[in-house]
Design a protein around this ligand. Structure first.
Ligand code: NAD
Ligand code: TYD
Length: 341
């Protein structure tokens, strides 16, 4: 198969591309990414020499971008993804997440290729008790979540109206290697290592449901190969935690592993003003994908968080180049330029 993976220089899709190239010796992956601040080609340094990998610098909103490329499926991971940034300025979220998805849907329609849309559990909004399933209404609360919900609706409409072959996945919060350090888990690890305050929004009792990124990638792959067109699949590993408990757990492991004083790390915790519209709890029911596609998470949270902390501590150069800004487009590629072996 030839896959067009969008946003492949970001956190989840770079893990996905690595997973595909390792799992399927005959698959070719084209990574289409515009390299925003969140795109980092260093995330794929270990696979960039593969003959089965092509990088193309381009914007998913550009309707000429796929000209000359051949592929059987589009996997749309590209997005503006950080809730806090969407509160400060929603415009790029609407542009990329809505208009970009629309543009890719048009390409999928014209070429009759499969479209897999990677969405989020945040489209369901916040839930005090119980779990969201695939039939739950969409009640997004942040501009990020609203832009993702809009794109989900567009995908649905293209299935109903144009009969394209498309699936939607809605995953819970991911963690693992290569996550950009503005997100909670890498931020806590790096601030602990660098002796910086750890901002905790509000009372720290907001609950998130965490999944190891490779388990998410395996689930996306199951949907690509076995999913039914028009269906939505929730992805999660039944691992809810209040933020403050999660933060303390990370600090304890970091102190043990790096032989640092646990009390000093705990003192870095700094309660700050709450995020506007901060969703209290996300919790999804993943039983449909488990039952219908036979997917199960492989990683327990204890193993996954340990692995992640060790990854950040042993990949100092990776995150130092992010903090210094040196990572940005280090190949100095022109728009539309390709990188292939
Ligand atoms: P990320 O911010 O790390 O990566 C996004 C990538 O998209 C970057 O490489 C960026 O350069 C690229 N991009 C942005 N705008 C683009 C455009 N207009 N054209 C081409 N490329 C563009 O994001 P992530 O955390 O890896 O999330 C990937 C996807 O998974 C997103 O669609 C997100 O909504 C979804 N998701 C994320 C999580 C999570 O916990 N991170 C959970 C569920 C779903
Ligand atoms: P985040 O990683 O931004 O993911 P999302 O908002 O998509 O769930 O945040 C996870 C949780 O951590 C969320 O409840 C907000 C909270 N948070 C903090 O308390 N402090 C921080 O500095 C950040 C970035 C997030």
């Amino acid at each position: 198969m030839r896959l067009l993976v969008t946003g492949g220089a970001g956190f989840i899709a770079s893990n996905y591309i690595r997973h595909v190239l390792r799992t399927y010796p005959d698959y070719h992956v084209i990574n289409l990414d515009s390299l925003t601040y969140a795109g980092n080609l260093e995330n794929l340094k270990d696979v960039e020499d593969s003959e089965r990998y092509t990088f193309l610098k381009g914007d998913i909103c550009d309707n000429n971008i796929a000209g000359g490329l051949e592929f059987d499926a589009i996997l749309n991971f590209a997005a503006e993804s950080h809730v806090d940034r969407s509160i400060l300025d929603a415009q790029p979220f609407l542009q990329t997440n809505i208009m970009g998805t629309y543009n890719l849907l048009e390409i999928a329609r014209q070429r009759s290729c499969t479209f897999l849309h990677v969405s989020t559990d945040e489209v369901y909004g916040s839930i005090e008790q119980g779990f969201f399933n695939e039939e739950s209404p969409l009640m997004p609360n942040s501009p990020y979540a609203a832009s993702k919900a809009s794109s989900d609706m567009l995908v649905r409409s293209y299935v109903e109206t144009h009969n394209i072959h498309a699936m939607i996945t809605r995953c819970s919060n991911n963690y693992g290697p290569y996550q950009f350090p503005e997100k909670l888990i890498p931020l806590v690890i790096l601030n602990a290592i660098n002796d910086k305050p750890i901002p905790v929004y509000g009372d720290g009792m907001n609950v998130r449901d965490w999944i190891y990124v490779v388990d998410h990638c395996r689930a996306v792959d199951a949907v690509l190969h076995k999913g039914i067109s028009g269906h939505v699949y929730n992805i999660g590993s039944r691992n809810e935690q209040p933020n403050i408990d999660l933060i303390k757990k990370i600090l304890t492991i970091t102190a043990n592993r790096l032989d640092l004083d646990e009390g000093n790390l705990m003192d870095l915790i700094n309660f700050v003003e709450d995020r506007k519209g901060h969703d209290r709890r996300y919790a999804i029911d993943p039983s449909k994908i488990e039952r219908e596609l036979g997917w199960q998470p492989n990683m327990t949270f204890d193993e996954g968080i340990e692995k992640t902390i060790m990854w950040y501590t042993s990949n100092k150069r990776w995150w130092e180049r992010i903090i210094s800004g040196q990572y940005i487009d280090y190949y100095n590629l022109q728009y539309g330029e390709r990188l292939e072996t």
